[in-house]
Design a protein around this ligand. Structure first.
Ligand SMILES: NC(=O)c1ccc[n+]([C@@H]2O[C@H](COP(=O)([O-])OP(=O)(O)OC[C@H]3O[C@@H](n4cnc5c(N)ncnc54)[C@H](O)[C@@H]3O)[C@@H](O)[C@H]2O)c1
Ligand SMILES: O=C(O)CC[C@@H](O)C(=O)O
Length: 525
């Protein structure tokens, strides 16, 4: 039974969701790094929010870990590269807090427009400063949304409901989608020139870092108000402070900061600035949504191989997972077959998908072919890091799909080019779910792969099969299945036989010494 550790504060619902699906779960929030390191080796899954720092060091101790689930969006607390290297899938819950965060942005916009936090503090002090807090109406004002993804779109919708005009800048926003959303798509200078309020909803990338700075503020309307519920690095805080002090910017409302936790900040203390401590996602509903979502995603992955919202792996949907399952086995066998025969550096791998399989999501299959191909050469490779490992080793990986059927309804062919030769193995599914090898080096054969196989290439000469059978029999090796193929009578021949026990090196040497044998190899699956 897979075992999961929840190491941050989570809604109770998550624990129940794991248990309901038959997953053992321990809830240990607030452990120190050393305490976590001491126990992490016992878990298949780790569920976190932003509190647990999942460093390369911690991952090194997580020898059994297969998946990290982040309840929320940001994975700044997780060393994604180290997780990928180690083959650990990292998932987040990108939609669970969108509405909640959008509502926070709207709340901050109201707070700015009516100076509610300052008015609240003053009233509590008994000052009754009615004339001090003159606000502005939102109706008829223009809201500029930068980033119209999950959260930006909800903010736009709510702002339209408040009778605001909404303009948006997002390089990936189409005119059509903008029209559907009843907003106007504009370029960034136009947004700056027209917006009375600007709300930020982009990820922090090299393109968006310091998006709000002295230069961009200069393009804005005098008296503009800025809201940031996205990421602190989007705003150059020193530049914003200067613009507020000069009066160019009337106010700013911030939920996120360049450095968090933000216990000090150059914007703190300015009465035009409204601050919250990264509360965007902090509603009971969002926390529950995210906790449930992460528990479901992690369970699906640990129990059925379904991959949703992974940041370092191709998705496998619930619909695709059962269709892909028999192909995953076939892909693993073909990759492993080629890998066990490969003795030189691999230069290229080409994976051809023909017929039915070509219509499926082939990316996970390619990852499995690579994993099983490389595994005989390295222990640390798995489905998550295999494409990366292949790339790092300079292996050129290509995929070809052709939905037209050939001799088989569905066919997967793996072609591996090394410094010395090109090796090719193809397979299909019999009866829709039983993997069979159907060609090796282009020579037709029909073989089911069992745990212990003997693979022989030889010249097609009379008496060879008898000699091999006698040798194995004399050494007490029981033959379970026997499959033959040849290019032409008297030409190159191949033999794949399943035996009931692993072949010793001594027996293999005897097989190699038989007349007409070119190559003999024990393969294990
Ligand atoms: N304050 C919080 O607690 C909280 C909670 C959730 C999300 N967030 C943050 O909010 C932000 C938005 O989250 P989301 O779920 O809407 O993400 P999303 O991926 O759905 O949307 C982001 C949008 O930004 C756009 N974008 C990317 N680069 C851009 C650029 N250079 N200029 C303009 N637009 C650009 C993308 O095309 C996309 O449409 C993220 O930074 C996220 O981390 C904060
Ligand atoms: O409160 C949190 O965990 C962070 C919320 C948000 O920034 C996220 O990344 O999902």
């Amino acid at each position: 039974m897979p075992k999961v550790l929840i190491s941050d504060r989570f809604s109770q619902a998550a624990q129940q969701a794991f248990i309901l699906r038959g997953i053992e779960v321990d809830v240990r929030p607030g452990l120190s790094t050393d305490e976590l390191k001491a126990i992490i080796g016992g878990y298949d899954g780790l569920a976190v929010r932003s509190g647990t720092k999942v460093s390369a060091d911690l991952l090194a101790a997580a020898t059994r870990l297969k998946v990290i689930g982040r309840a929320g969006i940001g994975t700044e607390n997780i060393d994604l590269a180290a997780a990928t290297d180690q083959g650990v899938v990292v998932m987040n819950t990108p939609f669970g807090n969108s509405v909640t965060t959008a509502e926070h942005a709207i709340a901050l916009m109201f707070s700015l427009a009516r100076q509610i936090p300052a008015a609240n503090a003053s009233t509590h002090l008994g000052k009754w400063e009615k004339s001090r807090f003159m606000g502005v109406e939102l109706t008829g004002k223009t809201l500029g949304i930068i980033g119209s993804g999950n959260i930006g779109a909800v903010v736009a919708d709510r702002a339209l409901g408040l009778n605001m005009r909404v303009v948006a800048f997002d390089p990936f926003l189409s005119e059509e989608r903008a029209k559907d959303m009843c907003i106007e798509k504009v370029d960034l200078p136009t947004l700056f020139a027209r917006a009375d309020f600007i709300s930020l909803h982009t990820p922090l990338t090299e393109a968006t870092r310091n998006l709000i700075c002295t230069d961009s503020i200069a393009l804005m309307k005098d008296g503009v108000r800025i809201i940031n519920c996205a990421r602190g690095g989007l705003i150059n805080e020193a530049d914003l402070r200067a613009a507020i002090v000069s009066g160019k910017v009337a106010g700013a409302a911030l939920d996120v900061y360049q450095t968090e936790p933000a216990t000090e900040n150059c914007l703190f203390g300015l009465e035009q600035v409204v601050c919250t401590p990264h509360l965007g996602a902090s509603t009971a509903e969002a926390q529950e949504n995210q906790a449930l979502q992460v528990a479901e995603q992690m369970s699906d992955f640990l129990l059925s191989g379904i991959v949703a919202n992974a940041l370092n792996m191709v998705p496998v949907s619930a619909e695709d997972a059962p269709k892909l399952k028999p192909y995953m086995k076939l892909a693993g066998q073909l990759g492993s077959f080629a890998g066990q025969l490969t003795e030189h550096a691999i230069k290229a791998v080409r994976i051809e998908y023909e017929g039915h399989v070509a219509g499926l999501n082939t990316k996970p299959l390619t990852a499995i072919v690579l994993e099983s191909l490389l595994r005989p050469m390295m222990v640390s490779v798995n489905m998550v890091n295999a494409p990366l490992v292949a790339k790092a080793r300079g292996i050129e990986v290509s995929e070809v799909t052709c939905e037209r059927k050939g001799d088989y309804n569905t066919l997967l062919r793996v072609i591996v080019t090394t410094e010395q030769r090109t090796r090719e193995v193809a397979g299909t599914l019999f009866g829709g779910d039983k993997p069979r090898v159907v060609a090796i080096k282009g020579i037709p054969i029909e073989a089911e792969l069992g745990s212990h196989m003997l693979y022989v290439t030889n010249q097609d000469k009379p008496g060879f099969i008898g000699a091999l059978g006698s040798l194995l029999g004399a050494r007490g090796v029981n033959i379970a299945t026997f499959h033959l193929g040849r290019s032409e009578a008297g030409g190159d021949a191949i033999l794949l036989t399943q035996v009931d026990q692993p072949l010793t090196d001594a027996i293999l040497d005897e097989v190699k010494a038989l007349p007409h044998v070119v190559q003999a190899k024990a393969l294990n699956f």
